[in-house]
Design a protein around this ligand. Structure first.
Ligand code: ATP
Ligand code: MG
Length: 380
């Protein structure tokens, strides 16, 4: 008999009294993704599925908190049965030259300790498979033996996403553009357990319906990991027009950014969220210098998470390819930030100048209007 063994992050097992809350959240997230027809059994540091499909394996790998999955043989609790399964598994992998056996003994009633089990099973493998050797330091294959309530043997493990179970670290509002960076930023924070509500600023008719569809597609890609997401599509046209009409050209971007962040904060308050997430990376563009971030942040009273702040673009792109957002992000539809770019944006804005410039705008009126007219899309 085979079972799917699900390993979860040691950060969860270290949670002390809160451990059960985190484990229960993980189990709930798995159940929500794969359906309640699958029975999930819990043991220390492990979950098991009695039955599963290839699709279930793929889904479980994408659930935050899962560090790995393995299809394990469930065998009788004796050395010969363990060794028999191990040999079959090694034979099914072509050209294995080196291996080692690693044993965990949760069932302390089992007469041999873990070192003895590894040694005995290793010996039987050596005498049954020709041309194979033990390499304790750098083996091609590790045969895992876990003696718990039941006894499991597995030699192939697939990596999961890691992180903390979704929705165990509070809630944040992700400013989600159609670019490469912000979906990655959302993924990284969701991976730490932060529940994500997204906000997209749409400048219809200057940005097309296709640009909005692209952001919806990005959100759908993130939902692969989160199961569900609320997306606010906030019309930004009127705000941009007012800024363009009334403010200095070189201050357009920074004033716009301040609107985006402030609206993000208002949506956060409405949604019971306590943070904002952006895809900013230090020095990437004029609006992401330290001075610009300082001015953008100035009237925000909650943490603004910028998980990419210290990352290079190539590394951000690597993650976006891995999580499946890259191909969508590089589609060429224009963004509201790219249609009205000042020729020489201020890279070192001063707060007093910007606050002075903004006085001609009805900032809170524009913000409230934008939020009240937002379209809310439930994804997943
Ligand atoms: P990205 O790849 O995320 O678009 P970028 O390098 O193009 O990033 P900017 O356009 O300066 O950067 O935007 C910085 C951050 O502001 C984005 O990462 C995103 O969090 C937010 N942002 C920008 N444009 C929008 C938009 N139209 N809607 C929502 N958030 C936006
Ligand atoms: Mg952008």
């Amino acid at each position: 008999m085979k079972k799917l063994l699900i390993k979860f992050s040691s950060e969860i097992t270290l949670k002390g009294l809160n451990r059960k809350t985190f484990e229960d959240a993980l189990i709930k997230n798995i159940r929500d993704q794969i359906g309640s027809q699958y029975y999930i059994k819990k043991e220390p540091g492990r979950l098991y599925l009695d039955s599963y499909t290839d699709e279930v394996i793929e889904k479980v790998k994408d659930i935050f908190g899962v560090i790995g999955v393995a299809e394990a043989d469930v065998v009788e609790k004796d050395i010969d049965s363990i060794a028999k399964a191990a040999i079959e598994q090694l034979r099914s992998i072509p050209n294995v030259k080196t291996f080692k056996v690693e044993t965990k003994r949760g069932d302390k009633k089992f007469p041999l300790n873990s070192t003895d089990v590894s040694r005995k099973v290793g010996g039987i493998i050596l005498s049954n498979i020709p041309d194979i050797n033990v390499d304790v330091h750098n083996p091609e294959i590790v045969v895992h033996v876990e003696i718990r309530e039941e006894t499991y043997v597995f030699s192939k493990e697939e990596k999961g996403q890691g992180g903390m179970p979704y929705k165990t670290s509070g809630k944040g509002v992700l400013l989600l553009s159609g670019g490469i960076d912000s979906p990655v930023a959302g993924y990284m924070m969701a991976r730490r357990g932060l529940e994500i509500v997204s906000v997209y600023y749409h400048s219809h008719p200057y940005t097309s319906e296709r640009a909005k569809e692209k952001v919806i597609d990005l959100a759908k890609q993130l939902v692969r990991f989160t199961g569900h997401m609320k997306l606010y599509v906030v019309s930004f046209t009127k705000i941009q027009m007012e800024i363009i009409e009334k403010c200095r050209e070189d201050e357009l971007t920074i004033i716009m950014r301040r609107f985006m962040t402030k609206i993000g904060e208002k949506v956060a308050i409405k949604e019971g969220a306590l943070s904002i997430i952006t895809g900013e990376s230090l020095g990437q563009v004029a609006s992401q210098t330290l001075e610009s971030m300082y001015v953008t942040n100035n009237d925000i009273n909650m943490p603004v998470f910028r998980p990419l702040v210290a990352m290079d673009k190539v590394d951000i792109m690597d993650i976006s390819r891995r999580i499946g957002t890259y191909e969508i992000s590089i589609l060429p539809y224009e963004d509201c930030c790219t249609i009205f770019v000042p020729k020489h944006p201020k890279t070192r804005p001063r707060l007093i100048d910007i606050l002075e410039s903004e006085k001609v705008l009805d900032r809170s009126g524009l913000i409230d209007e934008a939020i009240s007219e937002a379209e809310i899309i439930e994804i997943g």
